[in-house]
Design a protein around this ligand. Structure first.
Ligand code: PLP
Length: 361
């Protein structure tokens, strides 16, 4: 099937086949990666290569630590204020959708966050003009969600924090490794793996080293970035198999030519789908402002909402699955991450045209 799920999501077929070929016996070790000690030389070589390939892919400067964590991006919503703030510190959140809203609300338990912009009244269909952001003086950080998975809005550029010592933090869960990113613009980038780079269970954090080591005293040991950085992500048992799968995906992205190439493919796929929606004379509609439409998650509705269930059912019959929109917004959503082949998008677009021809009376 072509799987348009938002996450866990489709993975590259060659990566899955490679994992299958070494499932029982990883490179002559006689063990599956699932059976290895996380402190043995075999697994150490796996995690070190995964980190080094990710560093190459994103061109991560040496003063940044790469951490392989657990607990999903949701756990980072708490880890970030706990590590970067004291309880009375001010921080700013740009709320462009459900995920940044959740991050903002969680932060309120550990510091004094302010939502300096919210797209809620427009049903999260836009991104603010940066010059209109009313940033709080002396805020510790400015938090954004680089790509809102549910609403399909994506930052195409990034706001600058107002002050020199303030840092920009981005939740990149749903567009991680989908295009090049200038890591040096950020204090911290974090992402759950289960959309673009692997299975669920691994969360990646890329953090500037000077931001590590100042956590609040109540911070649970598992949320303390310093513990994980000092122990090379091996303080406790990490999600070994997930990290191994991420490593295979990083290898594959490098083999494709790196993130410039990957971005071109993503631009092409998203362009085909948005053109089909916009060219349907209103039969299909994408509510998101054109300039900030996500390359990864494409929400769309039908002019006749009563046909939506039929659309999803017929698409599934044609082996295109998981096209239902998030339960909070309805409609449809096609998630077209790195691993969605062009053929999947072409098949969807052809189906959409055919469905319209049959129902647009
Ligand atoms: N942030 C974004 C942008 C997401 O898309 C998601 C999950 O879909 C999350 C955070 C939460 O991630 P997790 O389920 O890994 O905690």
């Amino acid at each position: 099937v072509f799987n348009f799920a938002a996450g866990p999501a489709t993975l590259p077929e060659n990566v899955l086949l490679k994992a299958q070929s070494e499932l029982y016996n990883w490179r002559g070790s006689g063990m599956s990666v699932m059976e290895m000690s996380h402190r043995g030389k075999e697994f150490l070589s796996i995690i070190q290569k995964a980190e080094s390939d990710l560093r190459s892919l994103l061109n991560i400067p040496s003063e940044y630590s790469v951490l392989f964590l657990q607990g999903g991006a949701t756990t980072q919503f708490a880890s970030i204020p706990l590590n970067l703030c004291k309880p009375d510190d001010a921080v700013d959140y740009v709320v462009t959708g459900s995920w940044s809203d959740k991050a903002f609300k969680e932060a309120a338990k550990y510091c004094k966050p302010k939502s300096i912009w919210s797209g809620k009244s427009d049903k999260y269909t836009n991104i603010p003009a940066f010059e209109t952001l009313d940033q709080t003086p002396h805020a510790k950080y400015l938090h954004i969600c680089a790509n809102e998975t549910i609403h399909g809005v994506e930052f195409k550029d990034y706001p600058k924090p107002a002050a020199e010592n303030e840092v920009l933090i981005a939740d990149m869960s749903s567009n991680f490794c989908s295009k090049p990113v200038d890591v040096s613009k950020f204090g911290l980038i974090y992402a759950g793996a289960q959309k673009n780079v692997g299975p669920s269970g691994v969360t990646i954090a890329i953090i500037r080293s000077d931001l590590i080591g100042n956590c609040q005293p109540v911070t649970p040991v598992m949320l303390d970035y310093k513990i994980h950085a000092d122990n090379d992500s091996l303080y406790n048992t990490p999600p070994c198999y997930g990290i191994y799968m991420c490593g295979l995906v990083f290898e594959d992205l490098l083999a494709q030519g790196g993130l410039n190439e990957v971005e071109q493919k993503n631009l092409n796929k998203a362009g085909i789908l948005y053109d089909a929606i916009d060219g349907s004379k209103g039969f299909y509609r994408c509510p998101v402002e054109k300039s900030v439409r996500s390359l990864m998650n494409v929400p769309f509705t039908l002019a006749k909402p009563e046909l939506e269930a039929e659309f999803i059912k017929e698409a599934a019959k044609e082996k295109m699955v998981q096209l239902k929109g998030h339960r909070s917004v309805g409609g449809m959503r096609a998630s077209i991450y790195n691993a969605m082949p062009l053929a999947g998008v072409e098949k969807l677009v052809a189906f959409m045209a055919d469905f319209q021809a049959r129902h647009d009376a």
